[in-house]
Ligand binder design. Structure first.
Ligand code: ADP
Ligand code: MG
Length: 292
């Protein structure tokens, strides 16, 4: 492609809300075979709400909710906000905590009035040596509904299963259909529960799911998909997406995402949703494809 065609394509992209930070991205995108997408905040709104809370025998709902909300009040994860909001909405007082700790990709813990409260994914409970079998039927149902099951332990005893649900962005189904129409495969990479991720993927017609990925595992997932499919574009919004954005042939950041993701990306989607991806690929094909 000539410098002039790159300039014209970049200008057209800007009009369409697709900011090419590197001219190279406009040249490469036409050859993309697979689009790998982060789930939370990219496919979904990134604003989950609490949908379920079931306590184990001997525990009381309000008591458990106040304790887990107290711990989550110190966390920045979207899941945390959902739990704190639920407690607020129910008018439940949130006690003070000490010794807060966040275990990335697993969960959070803290002391509340001398009790140790731990909240997180099933793998966090397993790490603590706790069995979550009593809730396995509930967890299965929640996962199949596309909800994320979490667990709470109080002083080392399993106290509750909690679920949050994050609505899919209105534009996501059309964007995936458009990518399929352009002949691309769509893959999801997420730290979320496998069953939950698969339910959402099924609903959206996503071709491949890599779930329960630890933050540092996203790069490896990108490499794996690249080896299997060829040229890869990755779309993400979070701090933990930055390495994957850099690793991809083309990294596209959702414009509403974190600064760190935007800085690591080659392309910024000003619309704040996935629709910019098929737009960018079509533009690359139109600009570069026509000129050679
Ligand atoms: P993602 O951004 O895809 O959700 P993370 O690595 O941030 O990936 O989190 C992976 C999983 O770890 C979450 O789905 C959740 O089960 C658990 N987790 C992380 N942070 C928290 C938290 N503050 N409270 C409860 N669970 C958490
Ligand atoms: Mg995200």
């Amino acid at each position: 492609a000539t410098p002039t065609s790159i300039m014209v394509g970049t200008g057209r992209g800007a009009e369409l809300g697709v900011l090419f930070r590197k001219g190279e991205a406009l040249q490469l995108l036409k050859d993309a075979k697979v689009v790998a997408v982060d789930k939370t905040g990219t496919l979904t709104e990134g604003r989950p709400t609490l949908t379920d809370l079931e306590v184990a025998n001997g525990f009381q709902r309000q008591n458990v909710l106040s304790r887990i909300a107290a711990v989550e009040a110190k966390s920045e994860h979207p899941i945390a906000r959902a739990i704190v909001e639920a407690a607020d909405n129910e008018g439940i007082a949130i006690p003070d905590i000490t010794d807060f700790e966040s275990i990335t990709g697993f969960g959070v813990k803290a002391h509340v009035n001398g009790e140790l409260i731990e909240v997180g994914a099933d793998r966090y409970m397993r790490k603590l040596g706790l069995k979550v079998d009593v809730f396995s039927a509930t967890a299965e149902r929640l996962g199949n509904e596309g909800k994320t099951p979490l667990y709470a332990a109080i002083d080392g005893r399993l106290a509750a299963i909690v679920a949050v649900a994050d609505p899919i962005k209105e534009t996501t189904p059309d964007a995936i259909a458009a990518l399929h129409n352009l002949g691309l495969k769509v893959a999801m990479i997420t730290g979320d529960n496998r069953r939950t991720a698969q339910a959402i993927a099924r609903q959206l017609g996503i071709d491949e799911v890599i779930a329960e990925v630890l933050p540092e595992g996203k790069v490896e997932a990108v490499r794996k998909l690249k080896a299997a499919h060829g040229q890869l574009a990755f779309v993400g919004d979070g701090i933990n997406d930055a390495p994957a954005l850099a690793e991809a042939d083309v990294g596209l950041a959702v414009g509403t995402g974190t600064d760190i993701a935007i800085e690591a990306a080659d392309v910024v989607l000003m619309s704040g949703n996935l629709m910019g991806v098929p737009t960018a690929i079509a533009l690359s094909r139109a600009t570069i494809g026509n000129i050679r």
